[in-house]
Design a protein around this ligand. Structure first.
Ligand code: ADP
Ligand code: MG
Length: 687
């Protein structure tokens, strides 16, 4: 027994598992009986009711059942095709499996087969291609497998549906009581009308109806959110009670000065974000704030104000930026803005010469440099400050948590502002960045025109090129973006280098083209970027290196080649490089996605310009993907819960968690009550 007493039996002691299989389970992180009880089905099939062969809808996934009448194996042009004819009481169905020759030995006439798949026309005949299937053993009628809502589990090598189902049946029927202790406080459970945990887990695996399944799911999802939020609030409370920051004293005067030097007036969003900052920075509780604003919303200006306030309060600031190109650009922008107010700014990156670096380091230590802009180079051990009061991090996902901690762990603790252009849906922000306070900038500066986006087929590409040429003649500029640098074995994906040559020679011979990508050395890249911003280059051919931050208002057009290769959020970020001036901007997506989801992504982009809406849709699209696939992508904290689709449950859980933790003080923060420790410990890991 461990201290909290939440130990559960190892999986190999479960009937039907044994040492060999338990190794397979270990590979996917399942060690105990409780772990396997939390291995939830990927989907469910209603096998109390099979669709008969005369009623199969076309193009919709269904579950049906029939007897194998005939099995044919016929390779066509080298591709092995297995064709099986099935019959039920009313008709027949043709089923084909492509490229899976090993299935050949599996099917015999007379067998009963359950299929899950779509019926579609194939060369004039209706058939079901590559369905999921399961053979029915006569002894299995009326079991875990048939005659009920049947769980379909995520599979991994060495595990089959049927054996998983049998194992889980055993666990649910005989082990639930020992393995699962419901530690959720009874008052929470009653208030929110949540199912008891053991019942919820039983219903998750073998639901008696879809309505009850929904309630079971709600209970598990609640646990996921509740434990997650509890940990967040405990962490926030710990930080706030343990660490002290310096309160910045400068306020009103700094604001007046700032507004006087700005060449434009602030947007209401910027005003609001700055108010948030003024309030936080004036306190000794360390600020921990996320500034979230769509591309082009003007986050840099907000950061600039924070730097001014720090300087006027006698404190030093760091502006941490993921790439050198961006760091240099921010350095120039800030210098222009703040030097007139007497705020001295320096740049520190890997490319700074040793002598200059030595000077910067000495001056930082003496407190002579109020604002230092730079990349990871700032995180070196020998970079020290006299009185570091503020850290601003741009595009935080590019820095690991560990990296920013290096700067934060000092006394007094610096205030922290994280800026991101990734429009995270509010609910996701509450989870992923839940320990940060949130400032959201919704509007863009006035005078911007929404970017028009078109999805273009190959046939129409030359028209787009002509159109772009005509706008370039008027003095505007364009980006052409490719997903990869060099050609790979995947010949159908255009590569930037080769296409750059082709575009230069045969498509835009009369214009000046430049090329940037991640493998070009920094100086060349800088030279090209500078030429582009001086309008000495008309068309910039690039990879996604231009994704973050590059600012050239005169660039009004963008082509994205093989757009299906980029994610929705990334396409939106890329597109954000245009539409930064007052001229109308146009984005052309070239691409022929082969999946419905891929087409959906491109279609969505042509319709939506609001990054927040796009992010919501993106999550919905990806959220329906295969359970384990999502987990592997690393941005999922939850097994079942979906931060957008389950928003109501998230908000309930958050409210309950906040209420509980706000009642804690002193000792309880360091050492929460035992039931809570147990509750958190009992949550399967990787939550
Ligand atoms: P992002 O939020 O993407 O980092 P930037 O800070 O780079 O946006 O700002 C984008 C552009 O908008 C810059 O050229 C900046 O000077 C300009 N800008 C910022 N705020 C305003 C404003 N209130 N009015 C007009 N232009 C603004
Ligand atoms: Mg920016």
């Amino acid at each position: 027994m461990n201290a909290a007493g939440t130990e559960t039996a190892e999986l190999r002691y479960l009937k039907g598992v044994g040492p060999k299989r338990s190794l397979v389970f270990q590979k996917i992180g399942i060690h105990t009986i409780r772990d396997i009880l939390y291995l939830f089905p990927r989907r469910y099939e209603d096998r109390s009711n099979f669709v008969s062969f005369d009623k199969l809808p076309i193009g919709e996934p269904v579950t049906c059942r029939g007897e194998v009448l005939d099995v044919k194996f016929k390779p066509i042009r080298g591709m092995p095709i297995l064709e099986v004819l099935l019959g039920d009481d009313v008709g027949t169905l043709r089923v084909a499996w492509f490229n899976q020759p090993y299935l050949r030995k599996l099917f015999l006439p007379g067998q009963q087969l359950i299929l899950y798949g779509k019926v579609e026309f194939f060369q004039k005949y209706l058939q079901m291609a590559n369905p999921e299937f399961e053979l029915v053993e006569p002894s299995q009628e009326d079991s875990a497998h048939i005659g009920r809502i049947t769980p379909i589990y995520p599979l991994t090598e060495g595990l089959f549906q049927r054996s998983l189902r049998t194992i889980l049946k055993e666990a649910v029927e005989h082990q639930l009581g020992q393995a699962i202790v419901d530690l959720l406080p009874l008052d929470v459970r009653t208030r929110l009308n949540l199912m008891p945990l053991d019942e919820a887990i039983r219903q998750m695996h073998f639901p008696v109806s879809f309505a009850i399944l929904e309630q079971a799911r709600r209970r598990i999802v609640f646990d996921e959110f509740y434990s997650f939020e509890l940990q967040l609030f405990l962490k926030v409370k710990t930080i706030k009670s343990q660490f002290q920051a310096s309160a910045f004293t400068a306020k009103g005067a700094a604001m007046d000065d700032f507004k006087n030097v700005l060449p434009f007036s602030l947007t209401p969003s910027q005003e609001k974000a700055i108010q948030d900052l003024v309030r936080d920075l004036g306190q000794t509780v360390p600020m921990n704030r996320l500034l979230q604003g769509d591309v082009g919303s003007g986050k840099t200006v907000v950061a600039a104000f924070a730097f001014l306030m720090a300087e006027r309060s006698g404190m030093q600031s760091v502006f941490l930026i993921p790439t050198e190109i961006l760091a240099e650009q921010h350095y120039r922008t800030l210098t222009k803005l703040l030097e007139p107010l007497g705020v001295h700014i320096e740049l520190l990156t890997k490319s700074i010469e040793p002598e200059k670096r030595a000077r910067l380091i000495a001056e930082l230590k003496q407190g002579k440099i109020p604002v230092i802009v730079g990349t990871h180079a700032i995180l070196q051990d020998d970079v020290q400050f006299q009185k570091l009061g503020l850290i601003v991090i741009d595009e935080q996902h590019k820095f690991g948590v560990h990296q920013r901690n290096q700067l934060l762990l000092r006394t007094p603790r610096p205030h922290q502002l994280v800026m991101t252009a990734t429009p995270i849906p509010r609910t996701l922000a509450l989870t992923v960045y839940g320990d940060l306070d949130l400032s959201i900038m919704k509007e863009l500066p006035k005078g911007r025109q929404p970017i028009k986006t078109y999805w273009i087929t190959r046939k129409k590409q030359s028209e787009v090129f002509e159109h772009i040429a005509s706008r370039i003649k008027k003095g505007e500029q364009a980006y052409i973006v490719f997903p990869i640098i060099e050609e790979t074995e995947k010949a159908d994906i255009l590569a930037a280098k080769k296409e750059y040559e082709r575009l230069k020679k045969s498509v835009f011979p009369n214009f000046k083209l430049g090329l940037v990508h991640g493998k070009i050395d920094r100086e060349t890249r800088e030279t090209v970027m500078r030429a582009f911003s001086r309008k000495e280059i008309d068309i910039l051919v690039a990879t996604s290196v231009i994704e973050v931050g590059v600012d050239q208002p005169n660039a009004t057009m963008m082509i994205i080649e093989n757009a299906e290769r980029f994610g929705l959020a990334q396409l939106h970020q890329l597109r954000g490089r245009i539409g930064r001036g007052s001229l109308e901007s146009e984005c052309f997506l070239f691409g022929e996605p082969c999946t419905e989801e891929g087409k959906m992504r491109l279609r969505l982009l042509t319709k939506l310009t609001d990054g927040f809406q796009i992010a919501d849709e993106d999550l919905k699209l990806r959220g329906q993907g295969d359970l384990w696939g999502v987990r592997q992508s690393g941005d999922a904290f939850f097994r079942l819960a979906h931060p957008v689709l389950d928003e109501p449950i998230l908000l309930e859980a958050r409210k309950e968690a906040q209420a509980l933790v706000s009642g804690f003080s002193g000792d309880w923060i360091k050492n929460p009550p035992l039931w809570l420790q147990k509750y958190l410990e009992q949550m399967p890991k990787n939550y």
